[in-house]
Design a protein around this ligand. Sequence first.
Ligand code: 9WN
Length: 426
Amino acid sequence: MKVSDHKNAQLIEEAKATLINNDLGGYTVPTHGLYPFQWNWDSAIVALGWLPFDEPRAWEETTSLLSAQWQTGMVPHVVFHQQSDTYFPGPDIWGVKNELDSTSITQPPVLASVIKILYEETKDRALADSQIKTIIPQLIHSHLWWYKHRDPENTGLVVSYHPWESGMDNSPAWDDALEAVPCIDWEYTRRDTSHIDASERPHKKEYDRFLYLVDFFRKMNFDDTLIYQDCPYRVNDVSIISILHRATKDLLWLCEKTGVDNEQTEYLKERLNLTASAMNKLWCAKTNMFHSFDTRSNSLCQARTSAGLLPFFAGLVNEQQATPLISVLDNWLEHSQFAISSTHPEDPNYEPQRYWRGPIWLHVNWMIMLGLKDYGFSTQAERITDGSRACIYASGFNESFHAETGARSGGADFSWTAAMGLYWLL
Ligand code: 9WN
């Protein structure tokens, strides 16, 4: 389904206005109030939204994020550029003492894939060439950090220490792994449920553990080695692994284009091979899907979530897996006229309105769609594109969408949804 040209033009203007209104000068907040800072994977996606109408601003979105890169190479999950009391937990709880306040964890590293798109689609070659000179070394530093610090035993599969790192915070995939984490023993006041109805947000039992982990990182002095050894939550997140894999390929493409060829790029190539040979560990022959793996209990995370389709984006689905995985996807799409829900509708923990337990997230659909196209599954790619567009037609630029009705879910006037509208759907 498509709307009239007039309606489409109106939606484009609304999407632009959303980004402009969420622009705090060099970085774009996901939405005012609920998320008043710069988030890592949000900013990467948002740069794609700026690209068609303000290229310098698109680059700036990425460089402002990279300006908070840690000396270790980690690009933090949230950058606290300026103070705000509408969000919890803020910088005081995280306790990081860097020049720029940030959290002490990271988020899915989709940035290099976005930079490749900016570089390929630029209309201002001189600008792109000058930006890329400083960005490529920063990206290499970040990817080396991922492999060396998050997979120190060279298993091929990096680990994540917090559901917030996945960006899919209360996904049912994390339920069992999170239950093994103690609860914090101090009182706190959440701010999210003063902006959004509690029925659309994670439960207290999840926040108690989210915060325990935040305390734990601070107590470990943010030391990567100690955290790797002792963190009570340590998972091979199939979404992060897939996004990192694709991003490393895209980074190596950028390196080749710009004549960067050294020991570091060789190392990254070796890492790609290592991941490809380890992926079978995340495949489940019973569900015919990929799952994350809990390295503490040594078992696959049970839930069937959209993360399990992201290996398409990475090119990590082999010939034997592609056909059964496409059957799973076809069955998934039969449940709604909209796009892929964050949890499979037949999963026992599916909740169509609760955040990452059901609602539809457009940027995840975009990544799955790109992967399907690469594999030649164009019918499914088009179906996902149409279903994603239908979400915007049904209810505008929301954080996410009710899995069955396409109704608004989460925050309104949301940057990454506006960006997906501008770059992909409108
Ligand atoms: C915690 C900003 C972020 C997204 C995440 C989404 C949500 C934060 C929260 O909002 O997470 O990082 O407080 O709920 O889950 O994917 O990056 O939009």
